[in-house]
Design a protein around this ligand. Structure first.
Ligand SMILES: Cc1cc2nc3c(=O)[nH]c(=O)nc-3n(C[C@H](O)[C@H](O)[C@H](O)COP(=O)(O)OP(=O)(O)OC[C@H]3O[C@@H](n4cnc5c(N)ncnc54)[C@H](O)[C@@H]3O)c2cc1C
Length: 487
């Protein structure tokens, strides 16, 4: 039997950064991180790691207090990165030091639907509202960018203060430093959390080991909920579903002069924009798909390869001859309402840090410091926050707005997939009507009166096992609503 003060379940960026933060507060705390060394299917090891904040804004972000709060969290995280990396670099040998590659171009081309324009304009409006610097690029002509002629940008702008880091290099450095400061890394998988009255007693691993501790943090990415499912009392607010938004990306050897900064579209259908990120040793990272699923998997599909070829045409057609150096497949931990899940769970010694979807890497310094604070001192830098994990799903859209949003996404997806139609036809309107009808039917079956994000609804509208999936969500909503009325 092993015993520690703190056990962290999950060895992605959030688990490892929190471990480092805890040990930095007090070298005497015995911390162990449990997670498989391979991290296969993990989000962090697949991430492009753009430190993007305003470029992630969409046309609905600033319409609610929750969206604004998330943007402010993201802005705060962006400010933290230079200092966070300085503190890491200080303890690293010179050849391992990490640099931020600053600068992000946001482009708008004609390869998606009007959602692209709405989101593109929303980014500019948000930058202006918050007095952030950016620069419009005449004719969308970005240095060293060579898209196919028919996919060249119609317009573009450059944000100086948003860039990218190498996710794998940062994770490796954090593990190295945490380990040097005494954090123990156990190459294993947790299969159960054992509880005793209102306390977690220990975790049990796949190798049969019991690991005891005073405090536990679950940050197992998209696998977090499956570990926690049975720990809630039936009367208590259940944890909302944490899904896997599978992302596939590729790193290739660059041919000729490649981009010096991130080049990306606004977020598109399914929630993810196309992006190209300059990497080390003459490589570029091209990503990424976003397929929402109930359970994670670890393989790239032919469809994801086709999607990336389409991305190549829009960003740099010279990659046609490039050697692929690595495929990346990771599952973004995505909460049902799209907001992070950060804080204490039902038991008084159990915390959760997950649900960060697309920007968990970018927000990791802030989330790690907040989580270390709440676990050790009880009060975190985010204060009492909307993102507490035992909440009712945050409502950001009415059902009608959500139906409109979904049809915008699906029509956009149709054009992204090179949908062709005769010039005289009203194909967009026809598709929108079809999508609306199907979606209204799904809402009726779910028996809820508020709207869900398009990527969530997407898995319910057309899945082969649609009825089963709707049943799963309906059960969660009924239980949450019942518990919410009692609490
Ligand atoms: C293709 C792609 C591109 C992305 N691009 C960006 C980006 O540009 N910027 C950005 O900020 N974010 C990006 N993200 C999102 C970001 O990667 C995630 O939000 C973040 O990495 C989540 O970190 P995590 O530690 O919670 O999860 P993970 O990295 O998934 O880590 C969870 C870990 O827990 C381990 N684990 C799972 N089950 C168990 C268990 N039972 N016991 C023990 N360990 C377990 C897993 O092996 C894994 O290593 C991207 C993600 C993907 C997939």
């Amino acid at each position: 039997m092993k015993s520690y003060d703190v056990v962290i379940v999950g060895n992605g960026i959030l688990g490892c950064s929190t471990a480092l933060e805890i040990i930095r507060r007090d070298r005497g705390i015995r911390v162990a991180v449990v997670g498989p060394k391979t991290r296969s299917g993990g989000a962090t090891v697949a991430a492009g790691a753009m430190l993007n904040c305003f470029s992630e804004v969409n046309h609905r972000t600033l319409s609610t207090v929750y969206g604004k709060s998330k943007l402010e969290t993201s802005m705060h995280s962006l400010e933290m990165w230079p200092k966070w990396l300085d503190a890491i670099n200080e303890d690293l040998p010179p050849e391992r030091r990490i640099k931020i590659r600053n600068g992000t171009y946001v482009i708008r081309n004609s390869r998606a639907g009007k959602l692209d324009s709405l989101n593109y304009n929303a980014i500019i409006e948000a930058l202006e509202n918050f007095n952030k610097r950016f620069e419009k690029i005449p004719f969308g002509e970005i240095p060293n960018m060579k898209p196919g002629v028919e996919a060249r940008p119609l317009e573009a702008f450059y944000i100086q203060d948003e860039g990218a880091v190498d996710a794998r290099q940062v994770l490796e450095a954090i593990v190295y430093l945490a380990n040097r400061n005494g954090v123990v890394f156990l190459d294993d998988t947790v299969v159960e959390l054992k509880q005793e009255i209102s306390h977690i007693k220990c975790v049990v691993t796949a190798s049969g080991e019991e690991i005891h501790a005073n405090r536990f943090l679950v940050s197992a990415g998209s696998e977090s909920r499956s570990l926690l499912e049975d720990l809630a009392d039936f009367e208590e607010i259940p944890l909302q579903p944490i899904m896997a938004s599978k992302g596939v990306a590729v790193t290739a050897q660059r041919t000729g002069s490649g981009p010096e900064h991130v080049i990306r579209t606004p977020n598109r259908a399914g929630g993810c924009g196309l992006h190209m990120i300059p990497g080390n040793e003459g490589t570029v990272y091209l990503g990424a798909t976003g397929d929402m699923m109930l359970r994670a998997d670890e393989f790239q599909t032919i469809g994801s390869v086709r999607f990336l070829i389409n991305a190549m045409d829009q960003l740099d057609k010279r990659l046609f001859h490039s050697k692929i150096t690595q495929w990346h497949v990771g599952n973004r931990p995505s909460s049902l309402d799209g907001f992070p899940l950060v804080g204490r769970l039902w038991q008084d010694n159990l915390w959760l840090l997950s649900g960060t979807h697309r920007d968990g890497f970018h927000c990791s310094p802030l989330l790690a410091q907040h989580t270390a604070d709440i676990m050790i001192d009880g009060i975190g830098m985010l204060g009492d926050h909307f993102f507490s994990p035992l909440r009712m799903p945050i409502r950001t859209m009415s059902q009608d707005e959500a139906i409109e949003e979904l049809s915008l996404h699906l029509v956009s997806q149709f054009y992204e997939n090179a949908g062709k139609s005769p010039a005289y036809s009203e194909v967009s309107e026809m598709l929108e009507n079809q999508y609306r009808t199907r979606t209204r039917e799904t809402y009726e079956k779910l028996e809820i009166d508020f709207g869900l994000a398009p990527e969530v609804l997407g898995i319910l509208n057309w899945a082969a096992d649609r009825e089963e999936k709707i049943g799963y969500f309906r059960k969660y909503f009924q239980r949450a609503i019942r518990a919410g009325q009692k609490n």
